[in-house]
Design a protein around this ligand. Structure first.
Ligand code: IVH
Length: 680
């Protein structure tokens, strides 16, 4: 038996080696040596063996990248050494001043290394005995969030370091670098989100940060993230005496290091080099927002030291925001969910920061007047971290005299109702009670992920449903039949069936999702959760008076007033009644069925925000579960609230060391979902 096991271990390890080797060719060198099919076959063979011999799964196995374990709310980790940021330079003069300070301090000649300043988020990765043991965000520089499971899903980050030329790998090796999303992946992700009716990410950096900070590592795994190392953190023994030497060494271990690390002997050459990149940046497959200049010699770096948050031996040169000149073809208005009528410039398409732009926001009428933007004007546009760029200024010298001033129309272009401006507001609003423009946006909000989470209702489908009069309020969604939709554009049998199933499933949603979906002004997803936890039912929320509402933390006069106004409306009351008739869940704990947690052992740790511990205990017990005060191998669920303590650590140790342990660590949100949906 022992022999057989040895043979299997050997076989599994050799497949793992083969996969790792090919991962390096594929992800690090962009130079695959085998076909995708061959690679998949290796992976499948390994998965099959691991399924048969689960006790032989190792934590560094390539199959563990998609970490199936449930992550708790992120644990905080203390960085061994502070994670520094960089001071900024915006001009050649700033760079010269930096070089002057450096050279005055070291009193010898200095070599500068120039790297890309990649626009992602800083993370620290710790390897112990060559194995990836921890991934963390920078946080405030002292403490970050433990995102180990998520970093393990990044394909270009090896789970195990490989020494190529016999050089020893330090026992502890912390590397720091940037997690980012390549431009192409970012565009694909946003296209997908648009089709699904999800909110778009403004830029690749937000997309990367949003993906890394997912509680479910499966979601992180599904996002194509990449990683470049740009420095060392804590290392158990000193490595090389130059920054570039260290990076080359890290590269030899299989890490992907900053691809550009050119060395210059004086700052003028650095400046000339950077200028060439300001133009070429568009050609790169990832977004850069500048260049980083570092002193190459480690001894010189140490002599220079650091200020509070940034080293004296490095500086970031920030590129100015990219701008482009184009012409305003037309100015249109958009009608939002609350009736806000906002102007939008339709532009002659122009390339900007790697994508083609054909619209710019104009914010409001005051802004149009302040900048004197007219239809037909040539304008300079720039991206300011938002999806849609803004108009910086008009080029009046290009005017021909045919340009036309614009005024927000007095009536809504969609429903014809008067558009009015309230004294205290900069925005104009459509006063139509049955405006299709508003309705379309309201429906899109109602079905969005944080609200009722109905999949398959992208904006194009919503538009058709509204246009054809099939949906005149949220309730109509629940009355849709196959025959109503099968003829719509982009809808087939399968998508209709999926959509109907998703609509049906949404009836069981926790109450807070419905409250958010209603679109009560100023009630965001978080407030909706607080309201749901406090009132426990739609009925109680509807009856709540101003003072009761204000008892809830974070609910101030403005929100309380808006909730009262919402429920005063006969129309809204009628809407809720109809939703209830359609079978939509209207209470916080309705879905609890007795005994569905029968025999399950729970441990609660950390602070819960939506309910008290005793309330949580009561709920578990009402469903047949038990709550104990300490974690053991028999525990089924550890509910980790904020700042969980030693019980959480113990649970994690059990999960990590027993790959087939039944123990699951869940956060408060997952606990609520478990209770509400009773989905064991
Ligand atoms: S070095 C002490 N190098 O820019 C070393 N940072 O604005 C500190 N960044 O926090 C960082 N590319 O997240 C360094 N080649 C690069 C970088 C880089 C991007 C980020 C990093 C840093 C931020 C500072």
């Amino acid at each position: 038996m022992k022999k057989k096991n040895d043979a299997i271990i050997g076989k599994m390890e050799s497949i793992r080696e083969e996969i790792r080797k090919n991962d390096v060719f594929y992800y690090i060198y962009d130079n695959p040596q085998i076909t995708d099919a061959e690679y998949d076959a290796l992976m499948q063979e390994l998965i099959a063996l691991e399924k048969e011999y689960p006790e032989l799964i190792t934590s560094d196995s390539p199959t563990q990248r998609v970490g199936g374990k449930v992550a708790a709310g992120f644990r905080t980790v203390q960085h061994q050494e502070q994670m520094l940021s960089l001071a900024n330079a915006f001009s050649a003069a700033d760079l010269k001043a930096f070089a002057q300070r450096v050279e005055d301090a070291v009193e010898e000649s200095v070599e500068y290394v120039v790297e890309y300043k990649i626009d992602g988020l800083a993370v620290s990765i710790i390897y112990e005995s060559g194995n990836l043991v921890q991934g963390a965000t920078r946080g405030d520089g002292e403490k970050g969030e433990d995102i180990t499971s998520n970093t393990k899903t990044i394909r270009s980050l090896p789970l195990r370091l490989q020494s190529q030329n016999g050089k020893e790998i330090p026992d502890v090796l912390e590397v720091r670098g940037e997690v980012f999303m390549p431009k192409k992946e970012f565009e694909l992700l946003n296209e997908q989100r648009e089709a699904d009716g999800d909110v778009l990410f403004a830029n690749p950096r937000n997309a990367a940060a949003g993906s890394v900070r997912q509680l479910d590592p499966q979601i992180t795994a599904s996002r194509a993230l990449d990683f470049f190392v740009y420095s060392l953190g804590t290392v158990s023994k000193p490595l090389f005496n130059t920054h570039v030497g260290n990076l080359e060494f890290l590269k030899s271990l299989g890490l992907k290091v900053s691809p550009l690390k050119d060395i210059f002997k004086n700052i003028d050459d650095v400046i000339a080099f950077i200028e060439t990149w300001e133009i070429k940046r568009d050609e790169l497959p990832f977004e850069i927002d500048g260049m980083v200049i570092k002193v190459n010699d480690i001894e010189q770096q140490q002599k220079l030291g650091a200020r509070a948050r940034s080293p004296r031996w490095a500086i970031a040169y920030k590129f100015p925001p990219q701008q482009a000149v184009t012409r305003v073809k037309e100015i249109t208005v958009q009608v939002g969910r609350t009736g806000a009528v906002t102007p939008l410039a339709v532009l002659e398409p122009v390339r900007l920061s790697g994508s083609v732009v054909s619209k710019a926001t104009l914010h409001n009428q005051d802004e149009i007047e302040r900048k004197d933007i007219r239809i037909g004007d040539h304008v300079i546009i720039q991206k300011a971290g938002e999806i849609i760029p803004e108009v910086v200024r008009v080029l009046p010298e290009k005017r021909t005299g045919n340009e036309q001033k614009f005024k927000i129309p007095a009536t809504c272009p969609i429903c014809g109702a008067p558009v009015v401006r309230q004294e205290s507001e900069a925005v104009y609003r459509c006063t139509g009670q049955a405006c299709m423009g508003q309705l379309k946006e309201q429906i899109s909000h109602f079905v969005s992920r944080d609200a009722m989470n109905i999949e398959g209702l992208g904006s194009a489908i919503v538009e058709q449903l509204v246009r054809e009069g099939l949906v005149q309020s949220f309730v109509d969604l629940y009355r849709l039949r196959r025959e109503d939709m099968i003829h719509l554009e982009r809808m087939g049998e399968k998508s209709v069936a999926n959509l109907l199933a998703s609509i049906d499933a949404s009836k069981e949603n926790p109450l807070h999702k419905l409250i958010f979906g209603l679109g009560i002004r100023y009630v965001g997803a978080k407030t909706a959760k607080l309201l749901s936890a406090y009132f426990q039912s739609m009925e109680a929320l509807q009856k709540a008076d101003f003072d009761t509402l204000k008892d809830i933390p974070e609910v101030g006069d403005r929100i309380a007033d808006s909730i009262i106004q919402y429920f005063i409306s006969e129309e809204n009351k009628h809407l809720i009644e109809q939703l209830e008739q359609q079978g939509i869940n209207m209470v916080e704990g309705k879905m609890i069925k007795a005994d569905t947690l029968s025999g399950k052992r729970f441990v609660l740790t950390g602070t819960l925000t939506q309910l008290t511990r005793s309330k949580a205990q009561e709920m578990i017990e009402s469903m047949g579960g038990k709550v104990s005060s300490s974690v053991s191998k028999k525990t089924d669920f550890v509910v980790a609230g904020e700042d969980p303590g030693s019980k959480y650590e113990k649970a994690k140790a059990i999960v990590d060391s027993h790959s087939n342990s039944p123990l699951k660590i869940i956060d408060e949100q997952e606990f609520m979902e478990l209770i509400n949906k009773n989905n064991l």
